[in-house]
Design a protein around this ligand. Structure first.
Ligand SMILES: [Zn+2]
Length: 123
């Protein structure tokens, strides 16, 4: 299985964002530096809702360091929804899903075709 790397501080920040958005979802883009996800850009124009349709409304930033996305699920569903998969396939890259209850162990990462990848946390 493929592995992606994420900085621990970033992962902890993403978990906080997921908790504070609950019961809504939050979403953002992930920036990579030297093969490690280091930063999140919060998606603009988020609105309350319990599904992922907002992905379709995103303007994808023209920034080559953006190599993935992240969003939370207000439920224990750690797998991508059909809307998620449609978005992933358009975007490419790697996609994190943070399901409720938003602990480190809940986080999953997927390729643009929806295959799970391992997450390595870098201190
Ligand atoms: Zn989703």
């Amino acid at each position: 299985m493929r592995t992606i790397k994420i900085r621990r501080e970033l992962l902890e920040y993403l978990l906080q964002l997921a908790r504070s958005a609950y019961p809504n979802e939050f979403a953002g883009f992930l920036r990579e530096k030297d093969g490690i996800f280091e930063e999140v850009l919060i998606a603009p124009n988020q609105y309350p809702g319990r599904n992922s349709v907002f992905f379709n409304h995103w303007m994808l930033p023209l920034d080559e360091s953006i190599k993935g996305t992240v969003h939370s699920h207000p439920s224990p569903a750690f797998w991508p929804s059909e809307a998620d998969l449609r978005f992933f396939s358009k975007f490419g890259g790697v996609h994190l899903i943070i399901p409720w209850p938003f602990t480190e162990d809940d986080v999953r990462a997927y390729t643009s075709s929806g295959e799970e990848v391992l997450i390595e946390i870098i201190d």
